[in-house]
Design a binder for this molecule. Sequence first.
Ligand code: NAD
Ligand code: LMR
Length: 331
Amino acid sequence: MKEINVAVTGGAGQISYSLLPRLISGETFGPDTKVNLRLVEIPQVVDKLEGTIMELVDCGFDQTGSMLATADIKEGVDGADWVLLVGSIPRGIVIDGKKIEERSDLLKINGGIFTDQGSAIGSLANKEAKILVVGNPANTNALIGKKHANNDSQQWFAMTALDANRAKAQLALKTGSDITSVSNMTIWGNHSPTMYPDPYNAKINGTSAAEVINDKKWIENEYLPLVQQRGKAVIDARGASSAASAANAAIDTVKAVENVTPENDSFSAAIASDGSYGVPEGLIFGYPLRTTAPGKVEIIQGLELNEFAQSKIQITTEELLSEKEAVSDLL
Ligand code: NAD
Ligand code: LMR
């Protein structure tokens, strides 16, 4: 069997509880790859990982490799092929008497985590390591981590696949279609309420979803806000932020990067802008992506953006620029 080293921060958190079994079950990296897991937690919680590891052993998967629990990020990411940065504080909790309402409120709290983690990854993870930031605010955390990694052979992503899955599911529900008939969903920009889920370039059985639905009011006044605010709706209903669906989206992202994208489809994640679609270079921006060979990801060019789309992309770009400004001391 081949072997792959996967580091996961926040290993004792609620997303990881759904994520870890699927990383080592053969589902994500295939039946012929053993997965060595390196779980990273804060010192106060690291002992709990022993219980998680017991459960993972008890799953009895063929593909389970070695497992390590550590509070030392350097030990965790040493030799890692994939690093899933889940560890951070979710919103919905109360800190110093103030409820954390928006993901951007987490900027200062979580941003600091990604400086040391970034430099450890840059110097110790594999040359072609892939890094997926799940912890919020994901795009700007990835910006901070990538800056401190200072290693351009590694590829950083911030997760927008959960938004894309939500956006596809709502189109399928609205049209009574099977979700497998919905393709080419792009989440432009930030993983925040300014994101732009693009129903014009998304397709249902190969036709523009907006054309199939033919209801501009629904798209603008119901569909967009529903997808943009879905994270909050889950928190309000569940009393905790999305976990199973977030773990599922992280698995989807890893698989999308590891496998060539099917002809006529794309996937969604945020990566460093190279200036495509007029977005300032370097911002970690949600784009339409395609994998051309395992691990080789490119931005799909030439999608048509109508005036509505352009105005939405402008708004989310401005938000990302202001987040960048707010953490300038960490950059
Ligand atoms: P959680 O509180 O259940 O778990 C987070 C874990 O991270 C905790 O166990 C905590 O001890 C650990 N942690 C904190 N700081 C750490 C550090 N410096 N190093 C290692 N571990 C650390 O939270 P959760 O529900 O698992 O969510 C994790 C993050 O993911 C949150 O920021 C949440 O907002 C975000 N999230 C993102 C998406 C997305 O689509 N991008 C979706 C859902 C949740
Ligand atoms: C989500 O979209 O569910 C996560 O980003 C959690 C949150 O704070 O909304």
